[in-house]
Design a protein around this ligand. Sequence first.
Ligand SMILES: [Cu+2]
Length: 127
Amino acid sequence: MKKTLALVLFILAGGILFFLKEHYRQKKTEETPLTLTWTMSPVVITDLSKPVLFRFHLSEEDAAIDLMANMSHPGMVPVTARVDNLGKGDYSSQFLLTMHGDWIVFLTIKLKNGVAVKKEILFKTAQ
Ligand SMILES: [Cu+2]
């Protein structure tokens, strides 16, 4: 009888520990911020007739990224472009800029867990 009780308590304690561990892990994942680094090529944009290549690195692999670029002033037609997944958290996209000045790239990043994160990148052309 005592042995059975000890066994039940042991299993119960194990269950509680497992629950706490899972709960803690989930919470930690939600609080982990998504990091994004990026580069553009060319670094100095002078010629608008050639596309600009953007490379993104995310702390998350295999995200689905929607890209829209627009200028900081109103009245422009936004530019959209495909974002390719290069693997290991690397992504790339290239598109033509329609005007010199200040640009904003809007990224909508859909993670594998279904969460969507929005990021913005600011850059300007040489003129
Ligand atoms: Cu403009």
